[in-house]
Design a protein around this ligand. Structure first.
Ligand code: ADP
Ligand code: ASP
Ligand code: MG
Length: 419
């Protein structure tokens, strides 16, 4: 008997029929003798609908009330799934985040899980009950409802698996695993049987929304066995999906590049004509950090005549707020010439642990983009990734070109493998 946490995404929970299918899959595992904790997301489109409703009543809704509203999607899902399971003759009980409780910090809309009080869940499991826990939500120390950021049900699932020391955490979604690129953009993308934890962490942080970044971080920290699978296959199928691995398996066919990730959720801000002296980066970014706005890429140009330009990217939803902080207040304080922004950018990245041992990946990447006439606005690299910012309208083209250039549609061959 194993303890398994299964997370089902929005499309998997998208209609009464889909919920019945989820219940049948859960029932299959329960009847095989496993203990099950199930974490559903809100039904497809529901979180967007709720957030749009809020914005109809207030152009800048209070973050606290937004979380109160957005969290209800998952509450509906847990109740419906409990009913579907009970109808199949199983014992099932639902919990909202605050009922567990899943305790988080107080950052509304992007709260972090601090701890899980899982005693009641353990008792239910011991009695043979399927426990259903709402994804995406928690409660802070002052009893405020919080949400974990878009895609946060993945993190609820993995955090519960870590807390309960589950044998496996299965993320069921609308694709049958992690692919070499988003299959919606690259039809010839290939499913990976395995991906290393480090590559998955990079891909998630670079925008592959198949797993929320924090879920991958949790999996790494607590060594949760994590697998991505489809909820659209036959409930009795033995699909293995994609396993996130922690060891570099010597026997594993390891391509130099694992996948191409993309992200259109960012915006670029440039502070122009900044005096090039100590403390300027701090003067620009400290107020941004104090407003709890995360900064991703940062570029400062070489100065000429003691002046330089300073550019960085933020999440698109925080773009306006960041612009308001800089213009005119910070611009005037540091004596900069101007602040310009662009929220129609996209980031496209190559990810692969083989980059550590192979030179020339970045130049091949830049050459492939140049051949298509795609201008690179920003570049950032780490040991296992190279990212570029391009005009949003070229994003899909860039993803396809890179997928083709690095032969990701073909299984790794000898010369593509590590030496
Ligand atoms: P869920 O609602 O189940 O959480 P998501 O929409 O959040 O599903 O994530 C699954 C989607 O992630 C897929 O439908 C696919 O379009 C997208 N995706 C992006 N990059 C990848 C990738 N490398 N492999 C698989 N899916 C990807
Ligand atoms: N329902 C939330 C969202 O749409 C959480 C999730 O699906 O993981 O972002
Ligand atoms: Mg998701």
């Amino acid at each position: 008997m194993s303890l398994i946490v299964q997370k089902y995404g929005g499309t998997s929970m998208g209609s009464p029929d889909r919920i019945r299918e989820v219940a049948r899959r859960v029932a299959r595992f329960a009847r095989e003798g496993h203990q099950l904790v199930v974490v559903p997301s809100a039904m497809a489109g529901e979180t967007n609908r709720l957030l749009a409703l809020a914005r109809e009543l207030h152009p800048e809704p209070s973050p606290r009330e937004l979380d109160v509203i957005a969290s209800t999607g998952e509450q509906v899902s847990i109740g419906l799934l409990a009913l579907a399971l009970q109808h199949l003759g199983l014992k099932a009980k639902s919990y909202t985040g605050w009922q567990v409780p899943i305790v988080t910090d107080a950052s509304y809309s992007k709260a972090r899980i601090l701890g899980i009080e899982d005693r009641n869940i353990r008792e239910d499991l011991a009695e043979g009950t399927v426990v259903i826990v709402a994804g995406f939500q928690g409660i802070d120390d002052d009893n405020n409802i919080t949400t974990l950021g878009r895609g946060g049900s993945d993190t609820t699932g993995v955090a519960l698996a870590a807390s309960l020391k589950a044998d496996e955490c299965q993320i069921y979604t609308d694709v049958d695993g992690v692919y070499t690129a988003d299959p919606r953009i690259v039809p010839e993308a290939r499913r990976l049987d395995r991906i290393t934890f480090e590559e998955m962490l990079e891909a998630a942080s670079l925008g592959s929304k198949v797993l929320q970044i924090r879920s991958v971080e949790f999996a790494g920290k607590y060594k949760v066995k994590l697998r991505v699978l489809s909820s659209f296959t036959d409930v009795n199928s033995a699909d293995m999906g994609t396993l996130i691995t922690f060891e570099e398996d010597e026997d594993m066919e390891q391509a130099i590049i694992s996948n191409v990730a993309h992200n259109r959720d960012e915006a670029k801000i440039s502070v122009l004509g900044v005096p090039d002296r100590p403390g300027i980066a701090f003067a620009i970014l400290d107020p941004i950090a104090k407003a709890n706005i995360d900064v991703d890429m940062i570029i400062q140009n070489a100065s000429s005549d003691g002046m330089t330009d300073f550019s960085f990217t933020v999440h698109r939803s925080e773009y306006q707020r960041a612009m308001q902080i800089l213009e005119p207040g910070i611009r005037k304080a540091i004596g900069a010439r101007g602040v310009v922004g662009d929220d129609r950018i996209a980031k496209v990245s190559l990810v692969g642990i083989g980059m550590r041992t192979h030179a020339g990946i970045a130049s091949k990447m830049f050459g492939a983009l140049a051949a298509e006439g795609i201008n690179i606005q920003m570049i950032s690299t780490s040991e296992i990734k190279t990212s570029v910012v391009v005009d949003e309208k070229y994003m899909e083209l860039a993803v396809r070109v890179l997928h083709r250039t690095f032969d990701l549609d073909k299984a790794p061959t000898e010369e593509k493998m590590k030496p």
